[in-house]
Design a protein around this ligand. Sequence first.
Ligand code: GLU
Length: 377
Amino acid sequence: MPMASRRIRYSSCGLARTAIRLRRWLPAAAGVWLATAPAAVEAAQFRPRATVRVVATGGTIANHPDGRLTAHELTDLVPAAGRYADVETEQFANLPSSSLTVEHWLALARRLNRLFSARRDLDGVVLTSGTDTLEETAYFLHLTVKTDRSIVVVGAMRPPNAPGYDGAANLLDAVRVAAAPASRNRGVVVVVNGEIHAARDVRKAHAQRLDSFDSGRNGVLGVVDADRIEYYRRPTRRHTRRTEFDVARLDRLPRVVLLTSYVGASGDLIRAARDLGADGVVVAAAGAGATTPDQADAIDEVIADGIVVVITTRTGGGRVPARLRRVPPPAGTADPRGAGRRVSGESLSAVKARVLLMLALTRTRDGAEIQRMFTMY
Ligand code: GLU
């Protein structure tokens, strides 16, 4: 559902860029001369100019009280982006991230897949988003967009009219990251506050501050410094082009609800999820996967009714080990229905486990197979 599209071509500047352009057209002998030219040319790695498309979805980064800024108005705030790339814009939506739906996600993934397959010249996409649910959108795209090129999700904690608006700085950083060849093959990344986070790890860890985003104990993928982008690591789980999920023909996703464990929690809401037609349930359990006894009974009941239950931890870090069964099957029975169906969410947060479970359920309802996916992604 893209609403508008516009391309801005910023003028390039500096000896380095001129040299890069000449390098592309001059005969080999001139290329040899340029290869020995100043360090600035060397640093630019003789790379043709990048093209980056900013796709806007709304959020605080655009939420000016006089009216939400469009993708084009946002990029107008960062003319310096033209030093790094030809910047194009596209308005996909202009909503708070809490108003985005799973249908928006499906449309967005399809749009980005079409864009990357139609535009061989495109180096990367910067997606602007509200920060409240940004980590979920980033992980959904990390699992569904089939490209090795950069996808950078960016937001802001302060609106455009606030002193210290962080949107312009974050957007400039995001364009730099999207234009950088080093960003390829890292899946979807999130750029905020000078840091580059992996979509799988990143979380909004504070309600208000400029440094709200972190990646828990796994740490950042890299940083965006004034002089250059520095990466420290790569995501180790499968993502983007190498996932098995295909949303091209989907207009809805299976229904997965999220519930929490706490002292005295009854299993009623887990049973209610089944009664309301949920296909899957994610439980944000205590510690490394503990629930109350009544929740544990309810989980066994709904699993027996064919619902897939994924157990995550509410602690904010660490893994939930896979436990195939809570109790042994009754003597003399194989009880295949329950076996393997209580799926460990591994080290995914509960909200991201919901994203993966929705996608997993488009492929299978088999608990062992879904456990494989939670170990792989
Ligand atoms: N922080 C909100 C979000 O995540 C922004 C609210 C708004 O755009 O009105 O989208």
